[in-house]
Design a protein around this ligand. Structure first.
Ligand SMILES: Nc1ncnc2c1ncn2[C@@H]1O[C@H](COP(=O)(O)OP(=O)(O)OP(=O)(O)O)[C@@H](O)[C@H]1O
Ligand SMILES: [Mg+2]
Length: 385
């Protein structure tokens, strides 16, 4: 029997410290910028590891005595709901419950804050903040000004540095057009004791938000998160297999990283499922065979979902997608490739690829097109004709 350890690979949630790989330079830079109360923009495609990096940076800042707040902008259904959630997060950044409630009520003057507290679940219990009196657009704008001023008020009141992370920040544009951006930018630029990180997973939206005619133009440093270097990721994967008592076959980590297109989420998913495969067979050696079993199982589990995605595509999009997979994303406009895959004219290919990119099925990686989900890529290669 080998040790009963937990699976060291994590996907689908922010990675815990033990599974966090590399990102030393990025973390260092982010922490330094936040400590200097900069307004940092963190941009990458989905699932590169922004939220995980932010979590590490906030933890580092908390160890240095800062109050930290982490809010996912896209999880709110309306502007007011966002303001309520943001106010709640700021209020609960410190744990003394009574003091926090009094502070919030005294600080927000344009509207009455209703604070509810249900003890239980977490250490703080369940706290909700609502502003039931806020109805008109004008009420909302006035409330927003006060809520956006809260981080600085909190820093002042507690004599601590405050660090705010607004994750999935691109969703802010959906709330109230440009006025949210204006109000937020105006508020944050004078907050000397507050560091912000605005993270976004739709690079084109985020880049546009930083354009010359937009409020956040030159508001602060921009970090574009890249993939983790493949060889370092592969080494880290092998090391984690070994640390959990398994013996990885030569080249296993590299094969996982390669099959996963080096996307952090996909790498961890394959590694996690391979580890389970080895554990399930009660063995110590983790082999390429185990990796292939894990891949097969994952493909079977996703069959229905992938079929549904495939059904939604037009015929030209299906051919274009197959070409992306089989040609490894290169030369898709050439006459040769178009003929081989019966893709039609160059403009048809262009339109089909454009639609696939818009639907987040395919993305551009330098001069290549790649399928976003490496598992879907394998499914297309094996299950479509
Ligand atoms: N530094 C890292 N080391 C190892 N795995 C990582 C790392 N960063 C991210 N991952 C893997 O990628 C997954 C996605 O990470 P995370 O949620 O942080 O990305 P994200 O960029 O915030 O994604 P999204 O755009 O979907 O919000 C994690 O669950 C984990 O499996
Ligand atoms: Mg995220």
């Amino acid at each position: 029997m080998f040790n009963v350890t937990d699976n060291p690979f994590v996907y689908g949630e922010v990675v815990p410290t033990a599974a966090f790989v590399n990102r030393v330079a990025e973390l260092d830079r982010l922490v330094r910028d936040l400590a200097a109360a900069q307004k940092v923009f963190l941009i990458s495609p989905r699932r590169y590891g922004k939220s995980s990096l932010i979590r590490q940076a906030l933890a580092a800042m908390a160890r240095r005595g800062a109050l930290t707040v982490d809010v996912t902008v896209s999880s709110f259904s309306s502007y007011v709901a966002f303001l309520e959630g943001y106010a709640r997060a700021l209020m609960t950044a410190e744990t003394k419950w009574d003091r926090a409630r009094t502070w919030l009520r005294e600080t927000i003057r344009s509207a009455r804050a209703e604070v509810r507290y249900t003890p239980g679940a977490s250490a703080l219990g369940a706290v909700t903040v609502s502003f039931p009196g806020v109805r008109t657009d004008r009420d909302v704008s006035r409330l927003a000004l006060e809520v956006f001023a809260l981080p600085a008020r909190l820093a002042q009141a507690r004599r601590r540095k405050v660090i705010v992370a607004l994750d999935e920040f691109q969703a802010i544009g959906g709330f109230n057009g440009g006025s949210v951006e204006h109000a937020l930018r105006a508020a944050v630029q004078h907050q000397r004791d507050v560091g912000y990180v605005f993270a976004g997973s739709e690079p084109s939206l985020m880049e546009r938000m930083l354009g010359p005619k937009r409020p956040f133009y030159k508001a602060g440093p921009v970090m574009r998160l890249e993939k983790i270097p493949a060889d370092e990721f592969a080494t880290a994967i092998d090391a984690r297999f070994a640390r959990s008592g398994m013996k990885p076959e030569q080249g296993l980590g590299a094969a996982i990283v390669d099959l996963a297109g080096n996307l952090p989420y996909d790498v961890q998913r394959l590694a996690h499922e391979t580890w389970d495969e080895v554990r399930g067979r009660g063995r110590k050696r983790a082999t390429l065979d185990d990796l292939h079993h894990a891949l097969k199982r994952l493909l079977a589990e996703h069959q229905m979902m992938f079929e549904a995605v495939w059904q939604r595509l037009t015929l030209t999009q299906r051919s274009a997608l197959r070409a992306v997979v089989l040609e490894e994303g290169q030369g898709l406009h050439s006459a040769d490739v178009r003929t081989r895959h019966r893709l039609g004219g160059a403009s048809t290919v262009q339109a089909a690829l454009g639609a696939l990119v818009r639907d987040d099925v395919v993305t551009r990686d330098g001069d290549r097109h790649v399928v976003v989900d490496s598992l879907f890529r394998e499914w297309v290669a094996r299950q479509t004709y």
